[in-house]
Design a protein around this ligand. Structure first.
Ligand code: ZN
Ligand code: FE
Length: 754
């Protein structure tokens, strides 16, 4: 007999870890005890050496799905005599903090209990130690019921018994509840607050099938639901919500139903059915109303993740529903019941709530598979606030993020904790959300800022926030160039700490030279970067309107690269721009009025979308590049010319040839494919040049342009073929939603050398 102490750090609370330890200890004949501490789980284990080894292996290999064992420190200790194995009372011995679990989709066992457990038949908020709400209901640590929004619900004797029984699946499941004692759903405005859940689901199903709209309170915010086959219902929803063209997601009853709407690979199937249940962007099969995906060739699908979703499908005739966040245009998703009653009245015909507060707002997460790898595009429900270890002290660093699709980060230990998806900070309500989320996360993680880091851009509201914080607290503020932060973000999540070739391609980011960047090849590590290649600068007029009005980039690119001016006017007319207006616009470029220099991939894609007539004016962010990708003919292998010269990648020849193809009525699907192939070729050739000069073979891809599946896969596969080590994002988005991680990684290295 020998004894060991085992200290496990990581995400080990609120995920059923102690009962799991108890189960495997009993199985392997181990005696001793396990306890929860602020900084993790602490075990004393006594047994044969062989059994102890097996026990430790099982601790890693069989850990609960949502848990994350980051560090397991096992040490010999004096032999200690125990009669059995037990779970002992929590002991808070330090201010160090262990991870907070994200929300977890309802598990299979709980779904079965909805049929078989007398006090939980049809209970629509059923949960256990392996599933249910976590981050959305937590107010403070440690994760105990009084620190959650379950505080006001007293457990009935039956639930209490399960909660206290170490052999029960609901042992210390903080949100444990049932039909007798837990929160319940109700219809807002209905007299009878306790209508049975079956009646509520029937009312939901009837409302949907009549072509009307339902608002339903979800895990981290309200959703709007309607029939995805009914054009009129969707039109009504678009109109009422003020959402013109942006695609909607659907929720499908199960994988078979999902496969009716989309082509689904094994990797995508895994992502769809994972416990995180993100919305997954897939290649669509055109079974639904065209209005759902707004004529794009992709569709976002999510599988049910709350118990009530399954109950609703039991009453529905269709196997899919349109499923979108309940917010007004660009505001954050609604979480509050009173606000829902007031603001959703004009949108939804039926509003269904439950009487438990959502404390932390979390929107649905969004992901897709590119080059065979799952990549997150919007990181929120079921991901936040999982920590990301960046292998360098981050303690006290606040990283402000960027402006669009914002997410900020706070540093604890060696971890970066990214906030949930906040949104576009220019929207006042989103900026309020940013401030309040900063307060909530700071309290939850016992965070006190020692340094701040922001983007270069002086007008980003996140930059202002960091400046104010640094001023108020009298702490340093670091400013990091946008594309350097993108590359650092992808490096950090891939645990790279050396010089790499970084491809940072996106819409906008302020460059070190005062111009607008977004087509950059950098030689970078965390400390510094060198801009070795960039897209040729093009002057474009229109400032704030440029990213919405692709025709502006179209005319600017033609002006710079197309020799025949009369053809430009003809094309402008095709774009719906009168001769007078285009003449005025071109004059503006010549005179440099309100114009800026762009080396931006986003603008290049906009220009091609406009010249080919695919998209002139966007109704949502990045619509033009998305439409351009959407029309690609995959069988087309041709490409256009480009040039690489003294650090500049010019797509001048590409633009000229595209314009000629367009004037010769070549199919847009082929032009788009050739264009994408040309961009991929140019990047691969430029990487080759840089690799030859620098001897570096590690290539990192980041920035919003690498949400384009076709381009990302082409570049990734080609570089792999040439034996480069290529790194993509996976746990944080390639878009600006992942920027805070890069800012933090850079600031952490700066601080470590001070
Ligand atoms: Zn469960
Ligand atoms: Fe960016």
């Amino acid at each position: 007999m020998i004894s060991r102490t085992i200290h496990i750090r990581g995400l080990v609370q609120g995920v059923g870890f102690r009962p799991f330890v108890y189960r495997i200890a009993t199985r392997e004949g181990i005696r001793g005890e396990v306890e929860n501490r602020n900084d993790g789980v602490f075990i004393i284990a006594t047994g044969d050496e062989d059994a102890l080894d097996k026990f430790e292996k099982a601790l890693r290999d069989e850990a609960p799905l949502a848990s994350q064992v980051k560090e397991l420190i096992s040490e010999q200790s004096d032999n200690q005599d125990y009669k059995d194995f037990s779970i002992v009372k929590s002991n808070n011995i330090s201010d160090a903090v262990t991870g907070v679990s994200p929300d977890i989709a309802v598990c299979e066992e709980c779904r079965r209990d909805m049929f078989s457990q007398a006090h939980r038949v049809d209970y629509p908020l059923i949960n256990c130690t392996n599933c249910g709400p976590r981050f959305s209901i937590i107010k403070d640590l440690p994760y105990d019921r009084p620190n959650t929004t379950m505080k006001s619900f007293e457990m009935c004797p039956e639930c209490r018994k399960e909660y206290s029984d170490v052999n029960d699946r609901r042992f210390h499941a903080q949100p444990v509840s049932c039909n007798n004692c837990g929160p319940y759903y109700y219809i807002i405005g209905s007299e009878d607050q306790r209508t049975g859940i079956r009646d509520i689901c029937l009312a939901i199903a009837e409302t949907i099938s009549k072509g009307m709209i339902v608002a339903l309170k979800g895990t981290g915010g309200y959703h709007l639901i309607c029939d995805p086959y009914n054009d009129k219902a969707i039109e009504k929803l678009r109109q009422r919500k003020g959402r013109e063209g942006k695609p909607f997601a659907v929720m499908s009853r199960d994988m078979d139903a999902a496969k009716q709407h989309a082509v689904i690979s094994n990797e995508e199937e895994k992502l769809l059915s994972s416990w995180r249940k993100p919305i997954v962007l897939l290649e669509s099969k055109d079974q639904l109303s065209e209005l759902v995906s707004a004529s794009l060739n992709s569709i976002g699908i999510v599988l049910p993740y709350m118990p009530i979703h399954y109950l609703i499908f039991e009453e529905l005739e269709t196997s899919s529903i349109l499923f979108t966040s309940a917010n007004l245009s660009d505001e954050p998703v609604i979480t509050d019941d009173e606000i829902a009653a007031e603001k959703l009245k004009g949108i939804a015909d039926l509003i269904v709530a439950y009487n438990r507060e959502i404390y932390n707002r979390v929107d649905d997460s969004l992901a897709k598979v590119m080059a065979g790898k799952a990549v997150i595009l919007r990181r929120s429900r079921s991901y936040t606030p999982a920590a990301i270890d960046i292998n360098c002290s981050t303690e006290g660093i606040f990283a402000a993020g960027a402006e669009l699709v914002n997410s900020f980060a706070i540093g604890k230990g060696k971890d970066a904790i990214l906030s949930q998806y906040i949104g576009d900070l220019k929207n006042e309500a989103s900026m309020d959300f940013y401030r309040s989320s900063y307060k909530l996360l700071s309290k939850l993680f016992r965070f006190s800022p020692l340094a701040t880091v922001s983007d270069y851009h002086p007008d980003y509201l996140s930059t202002h926030f960091a400046e104010e914080l640094s001023h108020e607290m009298d702490i340093p503020l670091f400013k990091v160039q946008h594309h350097h932060a993108h590359i650092a973000s992808c490096m950090a999540e891939n645990m790279l700490d050396e010089k790499v070739i970084g491809l940072a391609f996106d819409g906008v980011g302020l460059g070190s030279d005062g111009n607008i960047w977004g087509g950059e090849i950098l030689l970078a590590d965390y400390k510094e970067f060198e801009r070795v290649y960039h897209l040729d600068y093009v002057p474009i007029v229109g400032a704030d309107k440029i990213s919405e009005e692709a025709w502006r980039s179209g005319l600017a690119y033609l002006n710079k690269y197309y020799p025949d001016k009369s053809a430009i006017y003809a094309l402008a007319k095709d774009m719906g721009i009168s001769k007078e207006r285009s003449a005025l616009y071109l004059k503006g470029i010549d005179k440099g009025i309100n114009s800026h220099y762009y080396s931006s991939a986003g603008r290049l894609f906009d220009a091609v979308a406009a010249i080919t007539g695919v998209n002139m004016v966007s109704t949502y962010h990045a619509e033009a590049p998305m439409r351009l990708e959407s029309v690609i003919d995959n069988t087309e292998k041709g490409f256009y010319d480009y040039s690489l010269e003294s650090g500049i990648i010019s797509f001048g020849p590409t633009i000229e040839q595209i314009t000629n193809d367009r004037l010769n009525s070549v199919a847009v699907s082929r032009i788009s494919a050739r264009f994408h192939n040309s961009v991929a070729n140019a990047l691969i050739e430029a990487v080759g040049e840089v690799a030859q000069l620098s001897g570096i073979r590690k290539v990192v891809l980041s920035g919003g342009t690498f949400q384009n599946s076709y381009l990302t896969s082409s570049v990734y596969n080609a570089l792999k073929k040439y034996n480069y080590n290529v790194y993509l994002h996976s746990t944080v988005p390639p878009n600006d939603g992942g920027l805070a991680l890069g800012q933090m990684a850079i600031a952490a290295r700066k601080l470590s050398t001070i």
